[in-house]
Write a protein that binds this ligand. Structure first.
Ligand SMILES: Cc1ncc(COP(=O)(O)O)c(C=O)c1O
Length: 289
């Protein structure tokens, strides 16, 4: 494996970061996870745009010139060839004597590495996954993709200890999102997901799925979702760049709908995959021309 650190491509054991790095000391940084299929990125522009937005929101100057992120990420993928991969990219406010306020002179730390995207469980279409619900104990700016993920880590650990793959979070009786995913609910004829705002991450997969379904004439709503609607949902789905679109078939050990992946999920996954393959091949054609 070859990773990227501050301008160099090198083996991970040679990549050294200072213990004074503000990412380590304060969680003062942001990140992205960008999926690729057979060597081609999916929605790279959208991920780079969200990365730039996160940097602006934490008041960090962008350390890369125009197109710099794209070339760095493409190069890293070339150096780590193989099937379906995701790139983890982290940018922190760099190393400086420990003080909460920003250092006056600062050089960002930029790190990126590649991981395999785990193949979907072979029996997933029959079984789906289990989730638990928990109070959302995160801060008021969950729209920023911050590396400070302690509440998410604790929530996901609780899910795993209860045999589930994800924790879905509730704030003041309303669904927000998963510990590392957005959530969709099918209720009667409606496909609903919570609206954007400071309580949730503007998921790239969420946006792409909404656009793909709407383009095929589906009625998808972005509306607040009370806990009662979550609990009486016919179907619940999780979306993320590495999970794509996962059906939740048990919530807090109770079956969701009929306790197996729903019919609507099957159709939505077809629409998603077709749109995904088209987007990847269009981006490839654009890059060549
Ligand atoms: C808290 C949270 N919400 C939503 C998502 C899904 O976002 P995306 O579809 O951009 O991967 C993630 C992804 O890791 C996440 O961590």
């Amino acid at each position: 494996m070859i990773v990227y650190l501050n301008g160099a491509f090198l083996p991970p054991e040679e990549a050294c970061i200072s213990p004074l790095d503000r990412g380590f000391l304060f969680g003062d940084g942001i990140y992205e996870v960008i999926p690729s299929y057979q060597g081609r990125f999916f929605l790279l522009d959208e991920h780079v745009e969200r990365l730039r937005r996160s940097l602006r929101e934490i008041r960090m100057p962008d350390p890369q010139p125009e197109q710099g992120w794209e070339s760095l990420l493409e190069r890293l993928l070339e150096l780590n060839p193989g099937g379906d991969r995701s790139v983890y990219l982290q940018v922190t406010r760099g190393a400086a004597p420990r003080d909460h306020a920003f250092p006056t002179r600062m050089a960002a730390t930029v790190f990126a590495m590649v991981s395999s995207i785990a193949p979907p469980l072979a029996d997933l279409p029959d079984r789906g996954v289990a989730a638990i619900s928990l109070p959302d104990q995160r801060w008021g700016r969950c729209d920023i993709k911050s590396v400070a993920l302690l509440p998410n880590v604790l929530a996901r650990q609780q899910a795993v200890e209860q045999g589930a793959v994800e924790a879905v979070l509730l704030r003041d009786g309303m669904l927000t999102e998963g510990a590392a995913s957005n959530v969709f609910v099918v209720h009667g004829d409606a496909v609903v997901t919570p609206p954007l705002g400071p309580e949730i991450l503007p998921g790239i997969t969420r946006r792409f799925l909404l656009d793909a379904l709407r383009a095929e004439g589906w009625d998808c709503r972005e509306e607040p979702l009370p806990e009662s609607v979550l609990r009486s949902a016919d179907e619940i789905w999780l979306t993320s760049s590495t999970k794509e679109l996962l059906p939740v078939t048990a919530l807090d050990r109770r079956p969701v709908g009929e306790g197996r992946p729903g019919r609507v999920w099957g159709h939505a996954l077809d629409v998603f995959r077709r749109a995904r393959d088209l987007a990847i091949s269009n981006a490839g054609t654009r890059a060549k021309s």
